[in-house]
Ligand binder design. Sequence first.
Ligand code: SF4
Length: 229
Amino acid sequence: MTSASPNFDDLDTRTGRLQLPVPMGVDKVLLHSCCAPCSGEVMEAMQASGLRLTIYFYNPNIHPREEYLLRKAENIRFAEHLGIPFIDADYDTDNWFMRVKGLEWEPERGTRCTQCFDMRFERTALYGYENGFSLFTSCLGISRWKNMAQINDCGHRAAARYEGMHYWDYNWRKQGGTDRMITISKREEFYQQEYCGCIYSLRDTNKHRRDTGRENIKIGEQFYGVKNR
Ligand code: SF4
């Protein structure tokens, strides 16, 4: 569901943030989160607008498990810091691999990614439907590496499966969102993942790095705002 354009009359002078134009005027939102860096700004923006949000962490695409646990731990750490409920959903990797079978060589932003978003949003929408939410959204589109239209299509398609459920396709990059995402990540020294998440994106990113004279990704080494750990 698309919200109305933000109005600068709605600027909160205390936080310097716009009041978010939430669809249907609801104050309770389920946020699908993939990691702390992408969700940090979204969490703070929602809280500044007085929204009651719950984080739904469902990301069976992330490989290997070590990387999955790191991303999740960082997301939990920040959720606890802000006092936001965190739902730790399944890590059903076998289902994810079945879902993207035959799409292993698709490029990023291709049909494998559509399946990946669909799977994660379908589960989010189901959880929302079963737990009294009418609106869910995602922080995935805040990354400039992602195709926002592709993500929004997947979100709306997942919401349409459940009566009364809506997807909020707010552009979290706007109004300085992208810059604040980096600022918050550095302030909180979040773990900085260097590839999208799945084994295929790790493969392709490492190939690109080797082709350009860089070493393969070392999992668990890079943190925002920290030189070495
Ligand atoms: S590249 Fe990212 S969005 Fe695409 S399938 Fe892999 S993890 Fe999912």
